[in-house]
Design a protein around this ligand. Sequence first.
Ligand code: B1M
Length: 212
Amino acid sequence: MAELSKLYDAIVAGKLEPAVEVTKEAIAEGVEPQVIINDYMVKAMGEVGQRFQDGKAFVPQLLMAGRAMKGALELLKPLLKGNASATLGKVVIGTVKGDLHDIGKNLVASMLEGCGFEVINIGIDVPCEKFVEAVKANNADILCMSALLTTTMTYMPEVIKAVEAAGIRDKVKIMVGGAPVSQGFATEIGADGYSDNANSAVAVAKQLIGAQ
Ligand code: B1M
């Protein structure tokens, strides 16, 4: 039996190899990817964040935990694929300017992809122009923005304004998310959708394009 508590411990300790090993064992035993992600990986990152906040962990520890989580998550990505045969719609996703956090954004991207969306992931630290260009170039149905910092979530309305100024606001739905973002904030800035996790992000995206 895979000892999944060791996965939690490995991520908290920032140890890539044991994180990958336990994840491999859990996959071989048929443990649901969502259980591995939500009950162990995400909780471990929460603990690391708490320690950082309490002054018991520092940036190198955040980086190492992030590396361990990403390594284990890579193994789960193929399993997040659903059995969707047709493309539901095109999604452009990125983390807003000034923000380098990408683990949650990539998880949302993988889930959307697995559930039948074509996803164009434009990375981190994304300025307004790049979001607008990507939406135009790909004729995207949904623009997804992620932010993990209270100082960068304020960039989201800037992107919405840029989309409006480009004359394409009526052609693309806008969805926002990330730890400091709330439904209230999403409504206030004029986003069309908000979700606080990768699972419900898929449901919201489907709703936005009328696929649910
Ligand atoms: Co940073 N960091 N970090 N960090 N980091 C946080 C976010 C923080 C809360 C830690 C803390 O103090 N407790 C804090 C922010 C405080 C605040 O603004 N209120 C913080 C800070 C302060 C910083 C720095 C400023 C530290 C410093 O340098 N002094 C710095 C900023 C760098 C920058 O971005 N400019 C920094 C740097 C980093 C690292 C680079 C070292 C690393 C990121 C590595 C990486 O992403 N590649 C890192 C990490 C790892 C964290 C924590 C520990 C974990 C984040 C994470 O990956 N969580 C984080 C603490 C925490 O979150 N508890 C913290 C797991 C992930 C699955 O969850 O990203 O929330 P999350 O995504 C979820 C949902 O939010 C949602 O679905 C995902 C899956 O369920 N979601 C969406 C996300 N995007 C969505 C989009 C959607 C829908 C849902 O639709 C479009």
